[in-house]
Design a binder for this molecule. Sequence first.
Ligand SMILES: CC/C=C\C/C=C\C[C@@H](O)/C=C/C=C/C=C\[C@@H](O)CCCC(=O)O
Ligand SMILES: [Zn+2]
Length: 643
Amino acid sequence: MHRAPAAMLAKPMTDPDIVIRTPRDPNTLSNYHNFVTRHTSIDFDIDFGKKRLFGSVMLTLECLTEEDVRDVVLDCSFLDISVVEVEGKSVKFTVGDRLEPYGSPLTITLPSKVPKGKSVDVEIKVATTDKCTALQWMTPAQTSNKKHPYMFSQCQAIHARSVFPCQDTPDVKSTFSFALRSPLPVLASGLPTGASDYQPPKKDGESGTMKYTFEQKVPMTVYLFAVASGDLACASIGPRSTVWSGPEELVDCQRELDGEIEPFMKALESIVSPTYQWGQYNVLILPPSFPYGGMENPVWTYATPSIISGDKQNVDVIAHELSHSWSGNLVSAASWEHFWLNEGWTTYLERRIAAAIHGEAHRHFSAIIGWKALEESIKNYGVDHPYTKLIVDLKGQDPDDAFSSIPYEKGFHALYQFELLLGKEKWDSFIPHYFDTFKFKSVDSYDFKSCLLNFFEKDQECKKKLEAFDWDKLFYAPGYPVKPDFDQTMVKSCYELAQKWHARLSTPDSTVFQPSESDIKDWVSNQSVVFLEKLQSFATEFSSDNVELLGTTYGYNSTQNIEVLSRYLSIGLMAKATETYKPAAELLGKIGRMKFVRPMYRLLDKADRELAVKTFESNREFYHPICRQMVEKDLFGEEGKRE
Ligand SMILES: CC/C=C\C/C=C\C[C@@H](O)/C=C/C=C/C=C\[C@@H](O)CCCC(=O)O
Ligand SMILES: [Zn+2]
């Protein structure tokens, strides 16, 4: 195994209309500066028996060079490739040695030079393997109703290459068509165009299959390729939205999300424009092993079931994913080094939705919760770590290792500070301009900067402010951004209650404060989140009895809201309250969302390493491959070596 060599750093681009052909993404092995994918046509069978996808992918590749370049190099990772055809004729191909963490380059030799500006169709017969990092396959026994198998994908950041050969870079966008054959309903990241061509079972005990087709006419990056298939049912949650889940979970999912989407959509359409481009906005609630809160796959956002908390308190995840329809999906960061452009903008828009619907205090409340997440991430890496910069250097690196709250929160603050610097009205006039200028394109931080400077070129006051602005500090300084003054309306009572608890812990006479259920009676669950996070700063002062009192008094030890439960259990683990070890280990067997799983393993590891390792080993198959790999690194180090 070799590590990838450092790639050339792309030059900043100034004119957004110039088509970029300097490769600015160091995390792809493809030669996308010579050929670029214009259309991707997927034709796969979903083979639950062998836990693989097999079939073909056809890439329509446009040649971008006058030079006599005959080799098309694609990304692929752990794929079984049998045949490659160019314009219907079989051609030579080689799969190179693996370059960790980027997989193997697939080199296809074209029979003749393709003239610049002309396209060529390359069809690859391919099957996924058991090392595929994007797909999770579940047996019927692993699903909630235990009746049917289930499979789903997660391709961000660089896992699409483990599903089919492609130019696995967000700097390339193509239209897509999907034909997916399965015995069970299928969803993909395009608009559905039909289910047809029923094939009866080949043997007894097998099910018949249907071909499900989808079209994505808006050019999209390949990390947004998504597929899921299983025992799925759906219900309406708005005029252009449905929710999909297992049949038994559907009523709860509909209750949680019904009527929520359209107000978010209206708020976004008025702030951002242009209008929503993707036709429908649907939500698929996945099994609990889904590794993220939500993934913004076009047409169907994929979401963790942990947002179905029964109190509508976690629908901000949906506001976030919907916002990605503009930031990330319509205008995409050109490489993972500029990931803040996706997540910072999305976090900013998610909070603008909160302000539009619930008032400005809610936007600040969300930003306060976000600041705590930022502190945690910076603490984890160390304040000078290069991954705490807004633009990160990912040459030779695995983007999954750089993932944290930093691009979200530092990105949010980058944009919020422009709102404060330029004034809300002027900043708001820039937002639609940015999204309209770059829709259907991929951009980097330098495009953002020049777009902002050009927009205010004729406004002397703004121009002066932007010229005096320290752009290098914004882009390259590690550590914290400047902390603005947040509105404290919603957190005041949380901090006051935390202070009372601190007094209780630090005085021998615990009668100084006697907690009661009524302390939190007017709170929304996220106020408990803020309160618990405050308590975490002195969690080691808690006795086991006080941890228990905290849990029973406020119902934190039995809540369905995982945002609250996980923070409560974290206090228990930090306080080394042994009574919380078992419930923490149990939670780790019920949820695979990395936001909860990774910090909880780190804490359990510190409190009781043996239990942490045992818990991981017994749940290894439950986790999605991405989560499995990350926890493995967290517990056993880079090479996954057991200590
Ligand atoms: C500076 C960071 C550089 C690279 C990171 C790029 C990609 C990260 C990759 O690991 C994939 C991320 C996928 C995220 C999907 C959804 C998130 O918004 C969920 C956030 C956490 C949660 O709520 O569970
Ligand atoms: Zn996001």
